[in-house]
Write a protein that binds this ligand. Sequence first.
Ligand SMILES: Cc1ncc(COP(=O)(O)O)c(C=O)c1O
Length: 377
Amino acid sequence: MPQPRVIQNPLVDRRAVKSLVDESQAFHRSMPGYQPTRITTAPGIAAKLGVRSVHVKDESGRMNMPSFKVLGASWATYRTILRALGLPVDAGIGLPELKRRLATRPGLRLIAATDGNHGRAVARMAALLGIGAHILVPDDMVQPRIDAIVSEGAEIEIVDGGYDDAIQRSADLADENNFVVSDTSWGGYVDPPGWVIDGYSTMINEILQEIESSTVPRPTVVPAQIGVGAFAAAVVRGFAGSEHTRLIGVEPTDADCMAASIEAGEVVTIPGPQRSIMAGLNCGTPSMIAWPDVSRGFDAFVTVTDSAAEEAVRLLYADGVFSGESGAAGLAGLLEHAAALGLGTEDDILLISTEGPTNVPAFNRITGAQLTEQGQK
Ligand SMILES: Cc1ncc(COP(=O)(O)O)c(C=O)c1O
């Protein structure tokens, strides 16, 4: 297993980073269960890191789902279906009306490859729209995550290999009745993953609004966990203009495709399959549409071990935040590399805990908690 490492980014050019798009916010506000998620303080983590403050954006209960990913999946699904029906985005058509119109088009399905959270969110959207969902998952997906996707009414296909193999299979299934809603992009497939990034901006805007109103200090450091880089693209679009905010990309040592791409100076694919316990971060190729902003906006990239992720889950739990291994990975990056990153008493850290415990038995083992089902003690 490769050793954890720190890469100072030689490609930084923050002025070249796109600004945040906020057109998805009104749509999200109209969705069942929408409300801004909380930002809480984490004094135990601040003491451990020796910094002035730590605030945590807690995405464990986003629109009745255990992860922020529904923000991207919902907006990308909405835009994909509008386009398929030849409807303009500004027509003001809500989900109930869209569902009525889809009732005249039987046989439509949403297709998505996933490490867990994105696919579950796409499945939820299909259920809300009254259409089918076919979700492709890597062959090492743990049963609780499979069960969660099935509970949304989706059909599951287990693909031999890892996340990149599932993506390939999803691309092969696309046709006029099967709409791929992917959070990553590839040659000729860029619009839905672009809408995924735009959808995440609702969460970033919620954070920026709290910073503007001074309920949360402007952070000096924001770590962002990276899978294909869509989440990181939304983070960098929100913070690139914030001169005194350092952005740190965090990946598992076993799934460091962004770090490897930064070192190569271009998007590269690393050998797979990736098998980190940070399942949401397991992928071998950065999204080509996330790359321009992520490669120019992040100051450094670090890689972390599974045991650092477990420690991060425990520390968040001690400060009252229920986080899964992928959700805690940003903190793992700071824990594993605090000295190299030069964290100190002048730092205000903003963590984004991007998921709750999506593998409850693992969460209980790591923390000693006794959750019986997601989000409940
Ligand atoms: C909980 C969680 N955090 C972070 C990420 C990383 O997002 P991205 O793949 O856009 O880099 C994922 C991806 O699935 C995730 O599930």
